[in-house]
Design a protein. Structure first.
Length: 186
């Protein structure tokens, strides 16, 4: 539902529903500078200010993934950030996502990130993402020929006490689909 924010209880995710009042204002920054989520789902127990802070952190992080601009990343994650699903060879801490983005953009320079669904529950945000682009660079020794790529990812982000930065995350990307699309898996 583009342009509208859905305020729903995350009962299907959490198994329970809060009966507290749901935020009534749109927590999404629609100024045009940040990536706009396609849908936002907010646990009824979150206040409007906390929801707005958490949506902003998500918009900063996924604007980074959409553009590769590390200025957004620097504002979204804490200096003590920890990746709990760190792939081999990627540095731990804030340099990890920057390294991953730079490396992947070598293979897919026009990479975009769609924030399809954003779920806010307590001090955690969960995102369903769709990455798209064209494989024109190189990846693991394979040279792209411009073939389109599209794959999904799911992120769980834990926010610090003031809900303004991400302190740790867990993520899973559909790497097999990507590898099929670029001819590295059958």
């Amino acid at each position: 539902m583009l342009g509208a924010v859905l305020f729903v209880c995350a009962a299907t995710v959490l198994g329970a529903c809060s009966t507290q009042a749901k935020p009534s204002a749109d927590p999404v920054d629609r100024s045009g500078r940040l990536l706009i989520p396609q849908a936002v789902h907010i646990d009824g127990g979150l206040g409007a200010e906390q929801a707005e802070r958490q949506v902003r952190v998500a918009q900063l992080l996924y604007t980074f993934w959409n553009t590769g601009d590390t200025g957004y990343l620097d504002r979204a994650i804490a200096p003590t950030f920890r990746d709990n699903t760190l792939p081999p060879g990627r540095p731990q801490g804030p340099t990890g996502p920057a390294t991953a983005s730079k490396s992947f953009r070598t293979a897919v320079p026009d990479l975009t990130c769609e924030l399809s669904d954003l779920y806010l529950t307590g001090d955690t945000l969960t995102a369903r993402l769709v990455f798209r682009g064209h494989f024109t660079g190189t990846y693991n020794g394979t040279q792209g020929t411009g073939q389109p790529v599209e794959f999904n990812a799911i992120d769980l982000q834990h926010l610090g006490g003031d809900h303004t930065v991400i302190t740790e995350d867990w993520h899973i990307e559909d790497n097999l689909t990507f590898l099929h699309q670029i001819g590295q898996a059958s």
